[in-house]
Design a protein around this ligand. Structure first.
Ligand SMILES: Nc1ncnc2c1ncn2[C@@H]1O[C@H](COP(=O)(O)OP(=O)(O)O)[C@@H](O)[C@H]1O
Ligand SMILES: [Mg+2]
Length: 414
């Protein structure tokens, strides 16, 4: 049909993974760095033997995915971690090639993927704006017309002539979003980069994406923030383990997503070592564990964080707790307890008091950052756990009796 702008047919993407060293998550910059290292190694040691304990195997990050997007559609792409969302966006942005199948795209695509893509680190903010415009096929005059709008949206006036490698990740994302959204692409593709950080800027971005959609341009948006997806998108695509499981109106796709079973996970362990501060381990526990990550509502729950490569940095740790409807029911960081937290300690802990949450399943995102500077790491769904009726509530067997988002411990009665 003539108004189809994206057609994806039987798309598959295969990665060869190293079993011993399997990574849960790889950003593009890591792939580039790894390739550079590999290249260097080959030159230095042409006869280097492979470690005999390593086994390589095929891993399909996307399998037989087909769908169409029409001009002006705003499509939310949802799915658990590792479902293949970022891989799909990278293929649509032509940053990586599909292994099987094909895509056809009508129009210019501007994408905001993980930090590290799209901008040249040595060039200044100003130069990168012109470079991105040129890549999108715009003339210098056209870019000039948009320039001031981009700079004021991104709030980076003072740093326009600074190389972007010196930008904090917050500034980087602001400028990258402003460029992608203002340079009049026909198709705007936005990955999860807006997940954490400045809530006001997030709101501004959502508003801008809506505007872009209203102008008849097409938007593809990945987020774990179900509220934002529901507000922005008309239709949705649900991916699970690389397969497309739903492609429907957004409300139907969200219902499908939140009702699909997910197993709990009480520990996150980093599977790779990074140069910068990062989470080594995140653990959730309760003195008296019931079973399978279900915690008693009447007892405190502890979350412990262990950070590696802290060196002399002072960092803050924050968490977001989402319920099974995908709503952010809590967001806080240890900045709120500056008198008890040692900012240079590699171990932190937070404690949920009894009855803080209603019975149900919860999803935790954790992030690590430097105050007012940058987010160093953001791990979505690092923990998944359940709260069960116990204690004075143990006879309340139907969760439907308790409809509040916050637990009954929010109020005290006198
Ligand atoms: N460059 C890569 N090499 C090997 N595996 C990868 C690479 N990129 C992604 N993967 C794997 O592909 C799967 C899908 O990843 P991704 O598209 O990032 O998922 P999502 O964005 O939905 O969390 C994951 O299991 C991930 O570990
Ligand atoms: Mg992703």
């Amino acid at each position: 049909m003539s108004d189809t702008v994206i057609r994806v047919e039987n798309l598959g993407k295969k990665y060869i993974i190293n079993r011993k060293n399997q990574e849960r998550y790889t950003a593009l910059r890591d792939v580039i760095a790894d390739r550079a290292k590999l290249f260097g190694r080959r030159i230095k040691k042409p006869f280097a033997q492979q470690n005999k304990h390593q086994t390589f195997e095929d891993f399909w990050a996307l399998k037989d995915v087909s769908f169409e997007v029409k001009q002006g559609d705003r499509v939310g792409i949802i799915g658990r971690n590792g479902a293949g969302k970022s891989t799909l966006l990278k293929i649509l942005s032509r940053i990586t090639e599909p292994t099987t199948g094909r895509i056809s795209i009508k129009g210019r695509v501007a994408s905001l993927l993980e930090v590290g893509t799209g901008f040249h680190p040595e060039l200044t903010g100003r130069e990168n704006i012109y470079l991105n415009g040129a890549i999108l096929g715009m003339s210098r005059v056209e870019i000039k017309k948009k320039f001031d709008e981009i700079v004021s949206f991104a709030e980076v006036e003072k740093f326009l002539d600074t190389p972007v490698k010196r930008y904090s990740s917050g500034m980087y994302v602001r400028l990258a979003f402003a460029v992608a959204a203002h340079l009049e692409p026909e198709i705007l593709v936005v990955d999860e980069v807006l997940a954490v950080g400045d809530a006001a800027f997030q709101q501004k971005c959502l508003g801008k994406m809506e505007e872009v959609g209203k102008e008849g341009r097409t938007v593809l948006f990945v987020s774990h923030n179900i509220g934002a997806i529901r507000a922005l998108c008309k239709s949705g695509i649900l991916l699970s383990e690389g397969t497309l499981v739903a492609n429907d109106l957004i409300d139907n796709v969200i219902t499908n997503y939140i009702s699909s079973p997910v197993s709990c996970s009480d520990t996150y362990i980093a599977e790779k070592n990074l140069e910068k501060p990062h989470f080594r381990k995140i653990e959730i526990s309760q003195g008296e564990r019931i079973s399978g990550n279900a915690f008693a509502i009447d007892q405190p729950i502890r979350i412990k964080f262990h950070v590696e490569r802290l060196e002399k940095k002072e960092i803050i740790i924050g968490i977001v707790i989402r319920n099974s409807q995908g709503l952010w029911i809590h967001h806080s960081s240890d900045e709120f307890n500056s008198e008890t937290v040692n900012n240079s300690s590699s171990r932190r802990e937070c404690r949920l008091p009894p009855y803080a949450l209603s019975p149900g399943k919860y999803y935790v995102d954790a992030y690590l950052g430097q105050r007012n500077i940058e987010t160093l790491e953001n791990i979505i769904d690092c923990l998944i756990f359940e709260v069960e009726f116990t204690g004075i509530m143990s006879d309340r067997t139907t969760a439907g009796d308790w409809k509040g988002i916050c637990g009954p411990g929010l109020l005290s009665w006198h």
